[in-house]
Design a protein around this ligand. Structure first.
Ligand code: SF4
Length: 101
């Protein structure tokens, strides 16, 4: 069991095995959180955002400071379009400066 999965399972008050069975799929040998029918993450709540915020996976904590976005202004624009949490006014240079801090 991976430590992130164990941490989320504990937060949800379920066993590690139950967490994996109910909320995960395996991709390339790694666990991934599944999406619901609307194609959003199963833990995304339209009103409250991430329902596992205190224990969300590392990859989610790093968002949007991914190497692929930091290197490519077009990817940055796509991320801004896709994520309501990113300011429309933030420039690519400002974004890179924030990431460096
Ligand atoms: S932050 Fe991560 S775990 Fe939380 S809703 Fe978004 S994708 Fe899911």
């Amino acid at each position: 069991m991976d430590m992130e999965a164990a941490r989320i399972a504990k937060f949800l008050g379920i066993t590690d095995e139950e967490f994996v069975a109910r909320y995960c799929s395996k991709k390339g040998g790694k666990l991934s959180i599944i999406c619901s029918d609307d194609l959003y993450c199963i833990f995304y709540n339209k009103d409250e955002g991430c329902s596992i915020h205190p224990v969300k996976p590392e990859r989610c904590r790093d968002w949007p400071y991914y190497e692929s976005i930091l290197r490519d202004p077009e990817s940055w624009e796509e991320a801004k379009d896709a994520c309501p949490g990113i300011s429309r006014e933030c420039t690519f240079q400002e974004f890179k400066s924030q990431a460096a801090k």
